[in-house]
Design a protein around this ligand. Structure first.
Ligand code: PEP
Length: 249
């Protein structure tokens, strides 16, 4: 089943109020390519100004605390993200799994909190280079899915992003065959975890997606979009990726 592609940008701890000018070209491309969904996840402080600047563009957060509110200094809740105008939230990005030591159980709780707040949760999974070299990439990712995917997730509320850690920000990508193998395994696992909804959950590929490789990666079976870091920071690089998705969508 071909799912509608989602091209999502993760600005990480980059950008500024001035950089929101990039959203103008990105929003124009989203409008010109209605066959794909487009989203940008800027730092928390830029969510509301981003929504104000381009109300038609989907804007997301880069994390979501598992609690609704309370004594959690420096954290952000799903309701606060919603109030700022976000419609989705990335959870379990490998940088947070590493830097903040987030476990699968925490990632699942965050995804559940995001969904409860009315957000679409983008749950990230992916193996390290050592794990791939050891031949355990599939097992690692299947384990992360078993631990991080909310059992009540649906095609409407949940997106999974496969991001091999060694491909993030490095300019390296897995082969098309490896992406196809992993996405097929993720689909099978989602079918097992979510029953009939498993076929409806979009599986994004992330890790050094650029204008020159986007089309090839997005054409792989069960690649239902892309999660893009560095190349989402400028319209000049992100728009060709949106167009690549639209071309193969
Ligand atoms: C990311 O961190 O989500 C990512 C995919 O980054 P990049 O595109 O820069 O590799």
């Amino acid at each position: 089943m071909a799912l509608r592609k989602l091209i999502a940008g993760n600005w990480k701890m980059n950008g500024s109020l001035g950089a929101l000018a990039e959203l103008d070209g990105i929003a124009a491309s989203a409008e010109a390519n209605p066959g794909v969904d487009v989203a940008i996840c800027p730092p928390f402080t830029l969510i509301a100004p981003a929504v104000q600047r381009q109300p038609g563009l989907a804007i997301g957060g880069q994390d979501c605390h598992h609690a609704v509110k309370g004594a959690h200094t420096g954290c952000i809740s799903g309701d606060l993200l919603r109030e700022a105008g976000a419609t989705l939230a990335i959870v379990g990005h490998s940088e947070r799994r590493t830097d903040q030591h987030e476990t699968d159980a925490e990632v699942r709780a965050k995804a559940e909190a995001a969904i409860a707040a009315g957000l679409v949760a983008i749950v990230c999974v992916g193996e390290t280079e050592a794990e791939r070299d050891a031949g355990s990439a599939l097992a690692v990712v299947e384990g992360q899915l078993a631990g991080s995917v909310p059992p009540l997730g649906t095609g409407e509320t949940l997106v999974v992003a496969y991001e091999p850690v060694w491909a993030i920000g490095t300019g390296r990508t897995p082969s098309v065959a490896d992406v196809a193998e992993m996405h097929a395994a993720i689909r099978a696992k989602l079918n097992g975890l979510l029953g009939g909804e498993g076929a409806k959950v979009r599986i994004l590929y992330g890790g050094s997606v650029k204008p020159d490789n986007a089309r090839e990666l997005l054409a792989v079976a069960d690649v239902d979009g892309a999660l893009v870091g560095g190349a989402s920071l400028t319209a000049a690089l992100f728009v060709p990726i949106i167009e690549g998705g639209a071309a193969v969508g």
